[in-house]
Design a protein around this ligand. Structure first.
Ligand code: ZN
Ligand code: ZN
Length: 357
């Protein structure tokens, strides 16, 4: 035996009334949810940030941004229990999305459901940070130079890689000014114009970790910012006088430098002994060349014990010199030698076309 009720509004019979109405009349009279017909989303085409509550926030996926912002403008009738909301944005053009919304739940135990559609208009505009970047904004300049020399091409290209990796990492950590607004290449080195002073300082630290050297900071007044005096910082970086692969004459020895970050280490080419010295105590150093730039080919005649006989590539005399620790050439083949006023030295074998190390 059914227990049917009569809806006072439409007169139909139904099993249960909500707020004294049948579910159909209830849904017609009360909105289960409200949503603006059209709403706007501002997205930065450069970095994907979106505008939210008066500021730019990081974003990646446009559909997730639409759903997140939609949830904030969606008003669900507070009488509904067990609410579940479905949303699906569908791109009509890159600038207009249709957002399909459906809401279901129960009111007084009776299931209710409503769906609808909203138009989302995407406005693409540069966020604050990207417009600063485009406008050449910078707080700091890093000047990369060498000590009594020019930085090598290899050093400058490593610095460039380190710069983009470091700034990318700092940007991900939240330093939105961690960008390069300009790079100026000069005869004596490279200048980097950096958005954030803090990022520039960290970058200098990493370059010093890699190559050694020093940095000094100076400040110039650049105007006012938020009622305070704003300064620009110049980081004058000096890469060390010597770099990996340099051959120097110091303290009566010819030394191939292996590493010069903070301390100088190397190998004495005459006897293969290790060399280790703090760079600031080294005075009267003569740079003889670099094993990568100045090595010559010499024919190996024979190898015996700790010695090798080679044909001097300039005088064509047979010379007996010390065999390097790492050595795998056969008589008749060519080996790398370093020639200087202090004698001829055999260099250790290294992988063909591979990096010198
Ligand atoms: Zn009714
Ligand atoms: Zn942006």
């Amino acid at each position: 035996m059914s227990n049917l009720l009569i809806c006072p509004s439409c007169g139909k019979e139904c099993e249960k009334l909500i707020r004294s109405l049948c579910p159909a009349c209830f849904s017609a009279k009360y909105d289960l949810f409200e949503m603006p017909l059209v709403f706007h989303v501002r997205v930065c085409p450069e970095c994907g940030a979106f505008y939210h509550k008066n500021k730019w926030e990081d974003g990646e996926n446009i559909e997730e941004i639409i759903m997140m912002l939609s949830r904030e403008v969606l008003l669900i009738n507070t009488d509904i229990d067990n609410v579940s909301v479905g949303m699906q944005p569908v791109a009509r053009t890159p600038y207009i999305y249709d957002l399909y919304v459906d809401v279901d739940g129960t009111i007084e135990g009776v299931p209710v459901y409503k769906d609808g559609k909203t138009e989302v208009r995407i406005k693409r505009e540069a966020c604050d940070m990207c417009s600063r970047k485009a406008g050449g904004y910078f707080e700091a300049v890093i000047q990369i130079r060498g000590t009594n020399r020019q930085p090598s091409k290899e050093e400058l290209s490593e610095c460039r890689k380190l710069t983009s990796a470091t700034l990318e990492q700092l940007d991900r950590k939240g330093d939105k000014l961690a960008f390069v607004s300009d790079i100026v290449e000069l005869k004596e080195g490279t200048d980097y114009y950096i958005g954030s002073t803090n990022a520039a300082r960290q970058l200098c630290r990493r370059i010093i970790d890699l190559y050694g050297g020093t940095v000094s900071e100076s400040y110039t007044l650049a105007g006012m910012k938020d009622g305070k005096e704003a300064y620009r910082t110049t980081f004058a970086m000096r890469l060390p006088e010597f770099k990996k692969g340099d051959v120097i004459y110091y303290d009566g020895k010819v030394i191939e430098i292996r590493n010069c970050a903070r301390r100088i280490t190397g190998i004495c080419l005459a006897d293969g002994s290790g060399f280790f010295e703090e760079s600031d105590v080294m005075k009267n150093v003569i740079r003889l060349g670099n094993v990568d730039e100045d090595a010559m080919d010499a024919v190996l005649i024979s190898e015996e014990g700790n010695a090798v006989q080679v044909l001097d590539p300039v005088t064509f005399e047979t010379v007996t010199i010390r065999k390097p620790m790492v050595f795998n050439a056969l008589p008749g083949s060519e080996i790398k030698v370093f020639r200087s006023e202090y004698g001829l030295f055999a260099l250790r074998s290294r992988p063909q076309n591979g990096p010198a190390y």
